[in-house]
Ligand binder design. Structure first.
Ligand code: GLU
Length: 404
């Protein structure tokens, strides 16, 4: 018999859908994966050189559980450059992806039944991660139906069991960048009340329309040791290095030490070649990030325009990330039913909004090619809109909506 915990935890739907798409492709199905969460560009050459240099030595050994000193140094520089905050190596832990940093932070923070608040829509893994760490997820949904609750709505959810709040801005799946004022209010509230605040800044540098990323440190005490804010980042999205699995957290030294102890028992340090790749990416030429940002911004513009051309579909233009979260409830309120229908009928993979805590929506990514985006939306429109052209070509097969 498996544990109650194991039985209560479900598989990551985003990762599952990646597998589904890959399996269908292997079978020769004309799948378009608009559910994905990774850029298609190559990893920066400096990352590859960093990784290859280590591999060439043939000496690939354990690293310190909390990361190679050279990578911590690169993270410290990154924190200075992008957050204007000086931190020490004791304030940094490198993990196997941002996911592990969040997980070990929750393990370090939570006692059984402690509550963790986060706004909806939320990244699919937060509820399960909180449960894995013995905590209770508390979801706050904006009363006005938008993708950003007010500070008052967040504060109203805080009770005697609240141990932490998680903010993810730019937000996966909505692409919404929370306002500076909202972030400031939450940061100041957490500092005052002694509540941990996990800032998941995975998409922090992927913001559009000329805006600057929000810097939560602008609202925290200068001395990181007096702060409850933990900033989480990774190389996965901004450098297109998802498979390397390198993320990190910056926080006060007591917390980082506890996280490091847990990580040392759990997985030891992250894979050494991946850490050297991350050193290469962080210390190397940075133009790949701006190139990626420009490509994604163009993709976003095309995707939003195409989606808005489908009658009844409501789209909030994302200010960051590479996701849109349109409301399809005019066609189908149950997002699982809609996503299954689109996969079955027109071989387009999307992620059901229910997984992100919001029914009626689908997450549609714009990290693929423009061709995938335009063809994918064309297929969706064909499947839903009775006034769309009757004919659709699907991998060489001619389909007619009226079936004639
Ligand atoms: N974060 C990405 C996503 O939301 C990658 C998959 C995952 O770890 O959830 O699709």
């Amino acid at each position: 018999m498996l544990s109650q915990l194991a039985l209560s935890i479900k598989e990551s739907p985003t990762l599952k859908l990646n597998e589904t798409a890959a399996l269908l492709r292997d079978k020769g199905e004309p799948v378009i994966h608009l559910g994905g969460g990774e850029p298609k560009s190559r990893a920066p050459i400096d990352a590859i050189i960093g990784c290859a240099s280590l591999l060439n030595t043939g000496e690939v050994r354990y690293t310190p559980a909390d990361g190679i000193p050279a990578l911590k140094k690169a993270v410290i520089r990154y924190t200075e450059e992008h957050y204007d905050r000086s931190v020490l190596p004791e304030n940094v832990i490198v993990s196997s992806g941002a996911k592990q940093s969040i997980m070990v932070a929750l393990h370090a923070i939570l006692d059984p039944h402690d509550e963790v608040i986060f706004p909806a829509p939320y990244w699919v893994s937060y509820p399960e991660m909180v449960r894995l760490a013995g905590g209770v997820p508390v979801v706050v949904t904006a009363g006005d139906g938008s993708f950003q609750p007010t500070f008052d709505e967040i504060a109203a959810a805080v009770g005697s069991s609240t141990k932490a709040i998680i903010l993810n801005s730019p937000n996966n799946p909505s692409g919404v960048v929370y306002t500076d004022d909202f972030v400031r209010q939450v940061v100041e509230f957490c500092e005052k009340r002694g509540i941990w605040l996990l800032m998941d800044d995975t998409y922090n540098r992927l913001v559009y329309d000329g805006r600057s990323p929000t810097n939560c440190y602008a609202f925290t005490p200068e001395d990181v040791e007096r702060s409850k804010v933990v900033v989480i980042n990774c190389v996965s999205k901004m450098y297109a290095m998802t498979g390397f699995r390198i993320g990190w957290a910056v926080g006060n030294r007591d917390l980082v030490k506890a996280m490091s102890n847990i990580q040392s028992q759990q997985t030891s340090g992250p894979a050494a070649p991946s850490q050297w790749a991350a050193i290469g990416a962080l210390n190397g030429v940075q133009h790949s990030v701006s190139a990626l940002r420009a490509t994604l911004e163009n993709n976003r513009n095309v995707l939003v325009a195409r989606l808005r051309a489908i009658p009844g579909v409501k789209v909030t233009a994302p200010g960051g990330t590479f996701y849109t979260f349109p409301d399809f409830s005019a066609y189908e309120k149950k997002s699982h039913v809609l996503a299954a229908m689109l996969l079955d009928k027109v071989r387009v993979v999307t992620v059901p909004g229910k997984e992100f805590g919001m029914e009626g929506h689908l997450r549609i990514s714009f990290c693929g090619t423009l061709k995938e985006i335009t063809e994918g939306v064309q297929r969706i429109q064909w499947a839903l809109d009775p006034n769309a052209p009757n004919e659709l070509f699907l991998g060489g097969r001619r389909l007619l909506r009226d079936g004639l």
